[in-house]
Structures are given as structure tokens and as C-alpha cells.
Design a protein around this ligand. Structure first.
Ligand code: CDP
Length: 277
């Protein structure tokens, strides 16, 4: 943020950004739920140049045991950037930045998880950044909440995250790498779109009052759009599960017809309303 751009680089050019997007356009997002076999829940997400894997393990026994809470589950998140995830090799292991992002990720997810249902347990969330290109904390949080839903952890809603910012005096959505490096402001926000609550709000740089409200509105609206993609990823996951996890039919039974398959695919998971994901 705030670095001087290289000679001739224009972040804003006739209403278009460096990658051709308009001010309130997101980079392309793809989400797949249920990608890790040994995790209780998982998600692979691509968002612009970010590639993120999230795995959820638990509710499970707490180690070390003195961390255990007798009244609720503890939620622990670890955000980690692979050494090969950025242009310059990143020194492996935790650093101040990854500790900060792990902390804010835990704090954003804790309020949505119904932790009181699982006393004396731990819910561990791992976010691995395989490739990073600005906005990786938002990408990680978005992936982590899909992985939590995939693990069947009861939540009051999913968390979706997106940054807004300022480049060349213009408020824009979802900063690209150059915009993050050379822009004026970065404002990552995470919301629970189902309830409208904000669970993460950080800011690097400066805004006027008016720009701040515009940026917050823009990011909140984007979170609602991202929430739709998250829900679709879970629907696709159940659709795949309905087809691939079907036990083999006993030998004397007719194989299911195409219309039977369709019925399974369209049904929502038992007892769960789509809005509850
Ligand atoms: O990724 P996010 O925007 O949430 O966090 P950031 O600290 O603002 O980092 C912005 C970007 O800088 C990252 O997404 C990476 O692309 C890059 N970065 C890097 O190249 N090397 C690092 N050690 C850390 C970040």
C-alpha cells in the first residue's frame, strides 16, 4: 500500500482499472467444497490469482488439554502462505503477518459457529495459501467458512469477505496486486450476509468519511454476491455426494433411473434450510 508505482503505470485509466475491471467488479471466483478426504470439511478456492485450500478438523479432542473450555468448543485458525506462493520466496513458517491474519480469521469465524453445542472440543481451521495475489485473507476466510459448512459444523451463517480500497482517488472493489501495492487504501471486510453483521474490518491507508461509507457499502454488497457462490459450491457438493456416495444397489433391485437421480440432486440436505448454511 502507498508504494510509488513504476514509471508509466496507471492504476485508473478512463474508468477502467489496470486489469480492465470497472470500479465495482470482482475478480473471477471459483469455489469447490469437499476436496480433502481426511478433513472433516474442506474447500478449494480460486479468486483472481489467489489459490487457497482450507481444511476443517473437528469438533475433536483438545490438545494441549489446558486449552479446553468446559462450556464451548475452542476455534483455532492457522493461515499459512506457502514458500512458493509469492514472487519472492516467502520464508516458511509463521511470521507476524500470518499470526495477525490467523488471529483475525479466528475472530471472524468464532461468532458464527455455535460453539456451545460442542463443549470440551476444538475446531481447527487450516488455511493454506498456495498462490497469493492480494486479498488472500478475504479469500482464506471465504474458503474457511465453506469448509466449516462442509464439515457440518452448525453456524448461524457463513462468513464471506472482500476488500474495497482506493486507487488514484477512486473507490474500487477487490484490489488486484498492483492496486494493493501502489494504491492509497485497502479495506478488507468480512460479513455474515445472512444476518448483515460485520465480523472483520481492517484498514490500511486513508479515506474521507464519504469514501469510507462508499467502500463499506461496496464491500458489503460484494460479500452478498460471494455468499451466493459459496452456497452454490455447497449445493454442487451435495449434488456430487448424492451421486457418488450412493451405496451400491442390492443385486435384486433395479438400478435407479435418470429421474430418480434428478430427485436426489434437487433435494436439500435433510433438515437444513439453504439459508442456514
Ligand atoms: O493478501 P492480503 O491482501 O490479505 O494481505 P496483505 O498483507 O495486504 O498482502 C497483499 C499481498 O502482498 C499478498 O496477497 C501477496 O500477494 C503479497 N505478499 C507477498 O508478496 N509476500 C509476502 N510475504 C506477503 C504478501
Amino acid at each position: 500500500m502507498g508504494m510509488k508505482p513504476p514509471e508509466g503505470m496507471k492504476l485508473w485509466n478512463n474508468g477502467k482499472r489496470i486489469d480492465g475491471r470497472s470500479a465495482d467488479e470482482l475478480r473471477p471466483i471459483k469455489i469447490h467444497a469437499g476436496v480433502l478426504k481426511r478433513a472433516d470439511g474442506s474447500c478449494y478456492l480460486e479468486w483472481g490469482g489467489n489459490k487457497v485450500l482450507a481444511g476443517v478438523y473437528g469438533p475433536r479432542e483438545v490438545h494441549p488439554r489446558h486449552d479446553m473450555n468446559p462450556t464451548q468448543a475452542i476455534v483455532r485458525c492457522r493461515y499459512n502462505m506457502a514458500a512458493f506462493s509469492v514472487g519472492d520466496r516467502k520464508r516458511p513458517g509463521p511470521d507476524r503477518r500470518s499470526q495477525e491474519i490467523s488471529k483475525v480469521t479466528s475472530e471472524a469465524l468464532r461468532p458464527v459457529i455455535l460453539t456451545h453445542l460442542f463443549p470440551r472440543t476444538a475446531i481447527d481451521v487450516f488455511v493454506e495459501i498456495i498462490e497469493a495475489e492480494a486479498g488472500s485473507r478475504c479469500a482464506g476466510l471465504t474458503a474457511a467458512s465453506v469448509a466449516l459448512a462442509d464439515a457440518g459444523i452448525p453456524m448461524k451463517g457463513m462468513v464471506a469477505a472482500c476488500a474495497a480500497g482506493k486507487i488514484d482517488g477512486h473507490v474500487v472493489l477487490d484490489l488486484a496486486r498492483e492496486e494493493d501495492n501502489y494504491g492509497e487504501t485497502d479495506l478488507p471486510i468480512a460479513t455474515i450476509p445472512r444476518t448483515g453483521e460485520i465480523v472483520l474490518l481492517q484498514m490500511d491507508g486513508d479515506f474521507t468519511d464519504e469514501e469510507l461509507s462508499q467502500a463499506i457499502d461496496m464491500a458489503i454488497q460484494a460479500c452478498a454476491r460471494i455468499h451466493e457462490i459459496q452456497k452454490q459450491a455447497l449445493r454442487d457438493r451435495y449434488k456430487d455426494a448424492a451421486v457418488t456416495d450412493r451405496p451400491p444397489a442390492p443385486p435384486d433391485m433395479e438400478p435407479p433411473t435418470a429421474s430418480d437421480e434428478g430427485a436426489d440432486v434437487l433435494e436439500k440436505p435433510a433438515g437444513g434450510s439453504e439459508e442456514g448454511w
